[in-house]
Design a binder for this molecule. Structure first.
Ligand code: AP5
Length: 216
């Protein structure tokens, strides 16, 4: 099964993708994580993406499409994947359709996490991740069970994203409204789009997603 998660920054795409990955044995593909890894490596792609990401802008379609195309061609994606953060523009959605068609694959479900904008900024400013294993936490809604210790790997080191500053989040939301929200009708007309109330607690969001998955 191949799944797309759509939704604004901070909607919970990464959180829910990781839960689905474990539950259904799919591969999570986060284009944001891939780009952050490229930035950390100082690669050419990373150098092109860095300043755009830091200012909350989307990176160019050609760069991200090339990166995604080579990732979904990897053998581990044959059992199914979850796209977290892709597509984000009409051009990316069309390119995805074309590349899947060429390899006899298709998207089964598109999950849209619907969250009001006033909630998003607080969620993002409360977010931190384990520096070792990448587990995501939130100061308010999802702190580690033991203060300062990662539930998953026991590490004591945490980090915050460079683009999670409030002023950058404002820009990320503008990009979402202008470039990403317009692709919702593209998937709506295929009948594969399912709107999920992403404002409920994490476990209740997961329950809605599982209901959709059970119907597939
Ligand atoms: P990316 O890394 O994809 O960031 P994003 O889409 O802005 O989404 P986030 O990762 O901020 O949020 P999320 O929805 O995953 O929420 P999360 O689960 O963490 O992209 C970063 C940048 O890379 C872009 O700005 C762009 O520059 C570039 N980029 C990436 N892909 C691109 C593409 N395809 N094209 C062009 N450029 C691209 O949750 C957020 C917080 O809320 C956490 O603390 C979590 O614990 C908490 N939380 C989650 N669910 C709930 C809940 N139900 N209730 C309460 N708290 C919750």
């Amino acid at each position: 099964m191949n799944i797309i998660f759509l939704g604004p920054p901070g909607a919970g795409k990464g959180t829910q993708s990781k839960l689905l990955e474990e539950r259904y044995g799919l591969v999570q593909i986060s284009t944001g994580d891939m780009l952050r890894a490229e930035v950390a490596r100082g690669s050419e792609t990373g150098q092109q993406a860095k300043s755009l990401m830091e200012t909350g802008r989307l990176v160019p379609d050609d760069l991200i499409i090339k990166m995604l195309e080579s990732r979904i061609a990897q053998p581990d994606c044959a059992k199914g994947f979850i796209l977290d953060g892709f597509p984000r523009t009409t051009g990316q959605a069309e390119a995805l359709d074309a590349m899947l068609k060429a390899s006899n694959k298709h998207i089964d479900v598109v999950l849209f996490l619907d969250v009001d904008e006033d909630i998003l900024a607080d969620r993002i400013s409360g977010r931190f991740t384990c520096a070792k294993c990448g587990a995501t936490y939130n100061e308010v809604s999802n702190p580690p069970k033991q203060d300062g210790v990662c539930d998953s790997c026991g590490s004591h080191e945490f980090k915050r994203r460079a683009d999670d500053k409030r002023e950058t989040v404002v820009e990320r939301l503008k990009e979402y409204r202008k470039l990403t929200a317009p692709i919702l009708p593209f998937y709506e007309k295929t009948g594969r789009l399912h709107a999920i109330n992403g404002m409920l607690p994490t476990s209740e969001v997961t329950a809605q997603i599982e209901t959709v998955m059970a119907g597939q």
